[in-house]
Design a protein around this ligand. Sequence first.
Ligand code: SAM
Length: 300
Amino acid sequence: MSWRSSSVPATPLLLLITSSGLTFVIGALTFFLLSDFYHHSVLVHESPHQRLDERFYRVLPVDLIKFPSNCSEGIPASDVRDFILDNIFDGTSPYEGFPSNETAGLTRKKRIKGWGAQAPVFERLIQEVQPKVILELGSFLGASAIHMGTKVRQLGLNSTILCVDDFRGWPGFRAKKFTDIRQQHGSVMLLPQFLRNVQFMNLTDLILPIPFSTMGSVSYFCQVGIRPDLIEVDAAHDFHSAWLDINAAYALLSPGGVMFGHDYFNRVNEEGVRRAVDLFAKLKGLRVEPDGKHWILRTV
Ligand SMILES: C[S@@+](CC[C@H](N)C(=O)[O-])C[C@H]1O[C@@H](n2cnc3c(N)ncnc32)[C@H](O)[C@@H]1O
């Protein structure tokens, strides 16, 4: 038998060895990648203090997971109202000369509607924190802000209440319950109606609107040094929006400050609020304190 004929049975053997080798290499690679992925997942879910581990940066761009944490000390609480009037409203209160005849025709004297806006958690935290500056992310028609303003007044405090809202609501919000909120040339009358509600309740000296996006406003506050001691988060409820708001706002809190928000225990939490709160608490090593349908996180 020549060497050629003896090599015929060796070919399948060679193929078998080669393919087993390949299978082994692919298997090993898969195992390595999966275990690396698992390792990172575990880092996120089980080991909060290692979340900024170098290895994490290998797989995610830093900007994706890191939020500003060194906000400027900047502005004393007693100057915050004037700072906002000067820098956002050109030195003139948005309530001055309000409403014009035209705006009055497009709004009502009072049209207040909120969600969980009268919950006991507001009074409890205002009493506990005695806040000088309150920040609300998501104000809509001002129900929760007005409730806070009323409690602040009852408790004899002089808190400045900043209400961040783009005053656009959400796509389609006027379709059912809010058909009466008018729209003109594409501008919905949420901000004017908010102002009218605050005016009606005589709280214009405490409550100021910040008519911009939550992220834009919080970044600005961080940069100029507006440091609230009480923050309520109640803007968009999808995971990514809540995640951004919670991360960015927490960095703003003054030492000893408290952050809280709605939708921890209701239908809406499934959109992502509870997942965002829980993940944030886990990463920061904080305890989530439930209160009714609200969640509370404290600074450490
Ligand atoms: C649930 S409502 C707030 C209700 C209010 N806290 C109350 O109970 O009276 C949510 C508000 O968040 C605002 N909002 C949602 N996403 C926002 C964003 N990214 N920037 C600014 N405002 C936003 C909407 O315009 C809407 O008015």
